[in-house]
Design a protein around this ligand. Structure first.
Ligand code: HMS
Length: 237
């Protein structure tokens, strides 16, 4: 089967995304966002209609740049490339759909993190009642439609929910969080933060009624965090 030949520049970009995506999977285990082989991270290859995603069902202990899988934006594995002998993540179609319909997205993450999945099981959005949510998500974290894996329906639900929305996280109904970002690291950060705020707001509501933050304050906090917080070279700046 003929292997695609990439320019030296694209080849270098592919290698960098392979290394980044492989390394970022350890952040999901580090923050306790997945168990066993659940979850997945992908990253778009800058300058090419390609993305890299993990192989399906492979232990996180065994993930490495060379067994990440290179796909085109239809989710088709690029034959003859490193890792192409294995099946890509079962969520590849969803990631591909997001990359095709949200050109500004450079990374997609899916987890089954406990508190976020609990909100998804109730089909309940997480209300914006803490400044950490206003900072990171600019408001509530929305619920996406119930969608069965296997075709474009999960990806379509992510795009329909997050297009034009400040949040980089969506709670797919009865399933769990999918997050997007400028790059794979930005999407992983959103996955870490959605679980953190899901847990905090869960406990807060158990103790008593939640107090919403006024919209003007949410807008101000989000603007500061997106445009002032951190360093000028950060992906979101
Ligand atoms: O939630 C799903 C599918 O949506 C799981 O299968 C997913 O977390 C892990 O699947 P992969 O190992 O990436 O194929």
């Amino acid at each position: 089967m003929k292997r695609s030949v990439f320019t030296a520049e694209i080849e270098a970009a592919i290698q960098q995304v392979r290394a980044d995506v492989a390394a970022l999977h350890s952040e999901l285990t580090r923050y306790g966002l997945i168990v066993w082989t659940g979850g997945n991270v992908s990253g778009r290859v800058p300058g090419a209609d390609l993305f890299v995603i993990k192989p399906s069902g492979v232990s996180y202990d065994d993930l490495a740049p060379d067994n990440m899988i290179l796909c085109d934006l239809d989710g088709t594995v690029i034959a003859g490339t490193a890792g192409s002998d294995r099946s890509p993540s079962s969520d590849t179609a969803a990631h591909a759909y997001v990359y095709r319909h949200m050109p500004e997205v450079g990374g997609v993450v899916h987890t089954h993190s406990t508190f976020a999945v609990a909100w998804a099981a109730r089909n309940e959005e997480i209300p914006c009642v803490i400044t950490a949510m206003a900072d990171e998500f600019g408001g509530p974290i929305p619920v996406g439609p119930f969608a069965i894996i296997g075709d474009d329906s999960i990806g379509r639900g992510i795009v329909e929910t997050l297009s034009g929305h400040r949040s980089r996280a969506v709670l797919m109904a009865n399933h769990g969080p999918f997050t997007i970002g400028k790059d794979a690291k930005d999407a992983v950060k959103a996955a870490v933060m959605v679980e953190d705020v899901a847990r905090t707001v869960h406990y807060a509501r158990e103790a008593g009624p939640l107090v919403p933050i006024p919209q003007q304050a949410i807008d101000s906090l989000f603007d500061r965090y997106q445009n002032v917080y951190g360093q000028s070279g950060d992906a979101r700046r």
